[in-house]
Design a protein around this ligand. Structure first.
Ligand SMILES: [Zn+2]
Length: 131
């Protein structure tokens, strides 16, 4: 497993809280954050934006042959979620007994992702729970 890098730690606040940003010039939201708006370039006026965590499944797949990190969880779902504010986010879809479908409403949940090797470092991130 990769060791925690400085860039990973810098992104923790954003990833743990689903904080992206938005261009005040054209109101385009981004997650993860961008320094410059794709539409406005140097006229960008980026400000932080807290996303609600609500969205719907845009696409998903069932992972049956996982990487070692998630070998105890297979089979599990990975989805592309369209947040209600617009950005697309990839994440695990929680198996709560509701079969995921395209268009299923979901809500972000903060969950443990995996434990890293012998050091036992626990990584957390968001997952999406079907509603
Ligand atoms: Zn813009």
């Amino acid at each position: 497993m990769e060791r925690a890098s400085a860039s990973l730690w810098r992104k923790i606040r954003s990833r743990y809280n689903l904080v992206g940003n938005e261009c005040q010039n054209c109101n385009t939201p981004y997650f993860p954050q961008r320094v410059v708006c794709r539409k406005c370039g140097r006229n960008s006026k980026m400000v932080e934006k807290q996303f609600s965590g609500n969205g719907e499944i845009y696409s998903f797949t069932t992972v049956r042959v996982p990487p070692d990190t998630f070998k105890d969880e297979a089979p599990y779902f990975i989805g592309v979620i369209r947040l209600e504010e617009g950005p697309m986010v990839e994440g695990h879809v929680i198996d709560n007994g509701i079969a995921p479908k395209i268009g299923t409403k979901v809500r972000m949940q903060f969950r443990k992702m995996y434990v890293d090797g012998q050091e036992g470092l626990i990584y957390y991130s968001f997952k999406f729970e079907p509603l």
